[in-house]
Design a protein around this ligand. Structure first.
Ligand code: COA
Length: 436
């Protein structure tokens, strides 16, 4: 860990242990100490989209504020691969090795698979061998939900370091023949590292909400338990995003304002005390109508970058956070509100007292080399574990035998049973053998 972030260390005595000792444990705070983002290189502009669907740059810009978006261009670019890059960047900023992580939370609406969780693939690639990992499904509110889960674990003493990411390859689940949705979304990933700290501040409060009665407003209907994938569901394009844009718009403008108010009040902040708002980057008109007009938060306090990325769902807030930091809009001591909404319907906001230094620390070459070596070792470890699992399964019998010797014995017994069953009749004992 860099010198500048020495205060963001595991609190002692640890709250994880069963014996807290004589001392009352120090109060814990969940501080964001690392951040990173990654977007694919390929840029798709509104003009490019004019070649695919009946639309125009003017229509898209005036209705949404979006000018271009990033789209994955190779099969190797997936939700996990984007998340891994963003996560590595976050760990680098924090100067914390992946081996220290206690939990990896991946918020995503376009996971690598139905299962296993994308978070597990990220955990494996990072070499976070002590960490639990799970995906969080709250659509575009997912990243804010993830921060709330991470904060809860840290304050409860169940974790010291939690990596939270939002990662999406929405271009793979968007219907490129539907102009009402395909113009909105983009691909990308953002990640933050939260750490237990004794320094007051960090994630101060969270306000999460849901309203499942609006589940049909924004939905990917096919491929789940309700509508399992069949040739018919594919032919009728049920495996793509469907949206009632106007319904989502009305809901979003209401909850963005309400959630911001609620989370600020929970943190003991007035709206005037909020220095920076980082809203979900879905539509500039939603942000203007909710955060700016209803709450009267001035434009210069509201960070927007959707013109360049479109709506990247769970990734939009962490990507915007990274760019706000890069642009010098976030400095220690400021009060931030991150606020989002999405399918579910869901919404969420979190208030943060920013404490981490934002100036780039020069990192010695050997640290970069050590990090690279760490990821290579993680990759080798993963290959080795897969291979060992195959060999083990093929040679050592059932996995429930308690010891290695037991497994060998079980394996030999199973082989014998097969031999007994299949051996030629000439080798089987005849009833005469018993006589005499
Ligand atoms: N290009 C050109 N015309 C388009 C178009 C496009 N890409 N998409 C829709 N239109 C047309 C419609 O067909 C409609 O034509 P009609 O009047 O002849 O029927 C017209 O534009 C107006 O459509 P409408 O849906 O009323 O537009 P809108 O002003 O509501 O804007 C959205 C549409 C999708 C931009 C807007 O509703 C929105 O942003 N909603 C929120 C969506 C969102 O944020 N989703 C993600 C949540 S995480």
């Amino acid at each position: 860990m860099s010198d500048s972030q020495d205060s963001f260390v595991k609190t002692e005595p640890s709250l994880n242990g069963t014996d807290p000792g004589d001392l009352a444990p120090a109060r814990r705070y969940a501080q964001i100490i690392g951040w990173g983002m990654y977007v694919p290189e390929r840029v798709v502009t509104n003009v490019d989209l004019e070649q695919i669907v009946e639309t125009s740059d003017e229509w898209i810009r005036s209705r949404t504020g979006i000018g271009e978006r990033r789209i994955v261009s190779s099969p190797k670019e997936t939700t996990a691969s984007l998340a891994i890059r963003a996560s590595r960047a976050a760990l680098q900023v924090a100067d914390v090795p992946a081996s220290m992580l206690d939990m990896v939370i991946c918020a995503t609406s376009s996971p690598e698979y139905q299962f296993p969780a994308t978070a597990c693939l990220v955990q494996d690639a990072l070499g976070a061998h002590r960490a639990g990992a799970y995906d969080l499904s709250a659509a575009c509110s997912g990243f804010v939900y993830g921060l709330a889960m991470a904060r809860g674990m840290i304050l409860a003493g169940d974790a010291d370091y939690v990596l939270v990411m939002g990662s999406e390859t929405l271009s793979r689940i968007v219907d490129w023949t539907d102009r009402s949705t395909c113009i909105l979304f983009g691909d990308g990933a953002g990640a933050v590292l939260l750490a237990a700290s004794e320094e007051p501040g960090g994630v101060l409060s969270c306000a999460l909400g849901s309203d499942g009665s609006g589940s049909d407003l924004l939905i990917l209907p096919g491929g789940g338990s309700a509508i399992p994938t069949t040739l018919e569901t594919v032919a009728s394009r049920q495996h793509f995003v469907k949206m009632d844009g106007k319904g989502v718009f009305r809901f979003a403008t209401r909850v963005m304002a309400e959630a911001t108010r609620e989370v600020a009040a929970k943190a003991g902040l007035s709206l005037a005390e909020i220095d920076v708002v980082i809203p979900h980057q879905a539509n500039s008109r939603i942000i203007q109508s909710s955060v700016m007009r209803q709450l009267k938060i001035p434009e210069e306090k509201v960070f927007m970058n959707l013109e360049r990325y479109g709506n990247t769902s769970t990734a939009s807030i962490p990507i915007a956070l990274c760019e706000a930091i890069e642009a010098g809009k976030v400095t220690p001591g400021q009060n931030l509100v991150l606020v989002g909404f999405g399918a579910g319907l869901t919404w969420g906001a979190t208030a943060i007292k920013w404490c981490a230094p934002v100036t780039k620390q020069p990192s010695p070459w050997w640290k970069a080399a050590r990090r690279r070596a760490g990821y290579q070792i993680a990759s080798a470890r993963s290959v080795w574990r897969r291979a060992a699992r195959r060999v083990y399964a093929a040679t050592l019998g059932p996995a429930d035998a308690p010891t290695l010797r037991g497994r060998l014995r079980a394996s030999i017994d199973a082989g014998r049973a097969v031999w007994e069953e299949r051996k030629p009749d000439s080798l089987k004992p005849s009833p005469d053998d018993d006589e005499g």
